[in-house]
Design a protein around this ligand. Structure first.
Ligand code: SAM
Length: 279
């Protein structure tokens, strides 16, 4: 089975989670990722992009988002999750038991078809572009969907869209789901050039970055911080998590740098908050 265009990037993140599972010091177990990866053809054009550093980074990001989703589920009984650009995400399996509401997967038709042929049938699947907004009303109308208990996850998705498309997507999300929670990641200026280079080498260039300071993205996309998960708190937790494998001196050094606002503003990161109602 072959995925083409931007959808082949889903195999890169799948491989990172499968490799994480196999590590002796792995931060999560993901046997489903190992199983699915063994059934897929590896696109050779991802070779240059897929380095040990990228693999660790993608696994750390998956773990960060798992933990945030777990915290959300803990705070909201019968939470539902909508994974936008779900790719070959195995999060539903990793979080089995934590999410008792609906689980909805949305991605382009070829990806949803790949998930089905891999035998993944437990979620509600929407085989459509996130840019075709018909899905919003359909998800809103699903039985068991409570806006305040709904979490959207867009991991590794938004920078493959145009920035104007992302702005419009968030406006429509806020119109239909104000008060729902959302987790997404975005690329800051320090990582942009390198990511553009490797993503272009695979034929799937990223389209935009957040100009410094990174935390402007909260306001620009209309995201309200959740107490305990403010941008500053998330940045500190991320440094400790992502650089775990480099030892405490590196972590201490990065914490030092993060206290210099001009440098902290160059970072990339994961955002977790609630969609503000439109003014
Ligand atoms: C890097 S992969 C991330 C997959 C998954 N979220 C993960 O972290 O493993 C990017 C995914 O975004 C999907 N994607 C890109 N553009 C999309 C669009 N317009 N609508 C829906 N999905 C899209 C791709 O098909 C691909 O599965």
């Amino acid at each position: 089975m072959r995925l083409t265009g931007v959808s082949k990037t889903a195999i890169l993140t799948l491989r990172a989670r499968a490799d994480e599972h196999r590590r002796r010091d792995s931060v999560f177990a993901d046997p489903k990722a190992v199983e699915w990866l063994s059934k897929l053809e590896w696109p050779r054009e991802l070779d240059f992009w897929y380095t040990p550093r990228v693999s660790s980074f993608v696994a750390s990001r998956a773990q960060e988002i798992d933990d945030l989703a777990g915290a959300f589920a803990h705070s909201a009984q019968r939470a539902s999750v909508v994974e936008l650009g779900c790719g070959l995400s195995t999060r539903r399996h990793r979080l089995a038991g934590a999410i008792s509401g609906r689980w909805i997967d949305l991605d382009l038709p070829q990806v949803i078809a790949a998930r089905e042929s891999l035998g993944d049938h437990g979620a509600i699947s929407i085989a459509r572009s996130v840019l075709d907004r018909s899905w919003l009303g359909e998800v809103r109308a699903l039985e068991g969907i409570d806006v305040a208990k709904t979490l959207f996850i867009a991991e590794g998705l938004l920078y493959y869209l145009q920035r104007a498309e992302v702005d419009a997507l968030f406006r429509d999300l806020s119109r239909t789901f104000a008060g729902a929670a959302i987790i997404f990641d975005a690329i800051g200026s320090a990582d942009y050039k390198g990511t553009l280079r490797v993503s272009s080498s695979a034929g799937t260039p990223v389209q935009w970055m957040v100009p410094p300071p990174f935390d402007r993205i909260w306001d620009e996309l209309g995201i309200e911080p959740i107490p305990g998960f403010e941008p500053e708190a998330m940045m500190r937790a991320a440094i400790a998590r992502y650089f775990r494998r480099y030892g405490r001196w590196t972590i201490g050094f990065l914490h030092g740098l993060s206290r210099i606002p001009a440098l902290a503003g160059l970072r990339s990161g994961v955002v977790y908050g609630r969609l503000r109602p439109l003014p």
